[in-house]
Design a protein around this ligand. Structure first.
Ligand SMILES: C[S@@+](CC[C@H](N)C(=O)[O-])C[C@H]1O[C@@H](n2cnc3c(N)ncnc32)[C@H](O)[C@@H]1O
Length: 276
């Protein structure tokens, strides 16, 4: 892509609301997500890497490899946050990326990231994964990162995500995981119960909240939605050939699939899931 072809359009609604401006009728889970991310953007990239012992950038690269963007593709990055996945997608090929997130504060950091680049095409929008402002089949590929723990109805959100992908298009996700093997799981529990809260407190008041919240949030999510059930949500959304890759002993989970040829949202009849 030639220099000067920058098309960084930032939605005009992207002022950064104080947490008290969070929609009062939003569900408790959504309000918590909006409040949690309000104070994080300035050091999000560095601290999210450090607190995962620098595994999270590796997981994000694996996510983008799984999404396999191709030249000319239009890719939707949901829960784009500070735009790290969007930037990685753009670095891989001559595709264009729409980044969408419900947090104006996180999007401001993404906006700053892309404002200084001369060689990318990215559009940033404030919006919700549960109700995407796009027509059916508008994207060649879709990525989402650390999203499903923050939505009230993961199966319905999966259907909405799949809806906007064209038949044959690719969907890839990254989420935290709980290591399945006992020794690694014990180490993970100790780290999320003691290490992460301590590191969070050392970083800032906002990160202290993240440090306290993350372990119970991840554990609770997989108690309600075990990985095999999540695979089922993908299949019910019309995605096929679902693959699950546990990384770093299971601390990160990359999933990917292809949208079936059936109509949007129709469950995939012959779907399969493979753990790799
Ligand atoms: C942990 S951050 C991940 C950001 C980034 N994609 C990354 O690679 O680190 C999770 C993001 O999901 C966003 N988010 C949570 N729930 C959302 C929803 N329902 N719709 C859109 N964005 C959401 C948050 O605002 C936050 O920016």
């Amino acid at each position: 892509m030639s220099a000067g072809k920058l098309a960084c359009q930032i939605a005009s609604t992207m002022s950064s609301p104080a947490p008290s401006d969070v929609d009062p009728i939003a569900s408790p889970r959504k309000r918590q997500a909006l409040e949690l991310f309000h104070g994080l953007p300035s050091r999000y990239d560095a601290l999210s890497a450090a607190f995962s012992f620098w595994q999270d950038p590796r997981w994000r690269r694996a996510l983008v490899s799984a999404a396999a963007p191709e030249p000319g593709d239009r890719v939707l990055d949901v829960a784009t946050g500070t735009g790290m996945v969007a930037a990685e997608l753009l670095s891989r090929c001559e595709c264009s990326v729409v980044g969408i997130d419900q947090s104006a504060a996180m999007l401001s950091a993404a906006s700053a990231r892309f404002a200084s680049r001369e060689d990318s095409r990215v559009e940033l929008l404030e919006g919700q994964a549960e109700a995407l402002p796009f027509a059916d089949a508008s994207f060649d590929a879709l990525t989402f990162t650390y999203l499903l723990r923050y939505v009230d109805d993961p199966p319905s959100t999966m259907r909405e995500l799949a809806r906007v992908v064209r038949p044959g298009g690719r969907v890839a996700s990254l989420e935290f995981g709980v290591p399945p093997l006992a020794p690694a799981r014990a180490a993970w529990r100790l780290y999320t119960a003691v290490g992460l809260p301590t590191l969070g407190r050392m970083a800032s008041r906002e990160w202290a909240e993240v440090g306290r919240f993350l372990g119970p949030s991840i554990r609770g999510f997989y108690e309600r939605h075990p990985v095999q059930r999540i695979v089922g949500y993908w299949l019910q959304a019309g995605l096929e050939d679902v693959q699950v890759r546990r990384m770093s002993l299971g601390g990160g989970i990359v999933m990917h699939a292809r949208k079936g040829a059936a109509s949007a949202g129709a469950p995939s009849a012959g779907g399969s899931a493979l753990e790799v």
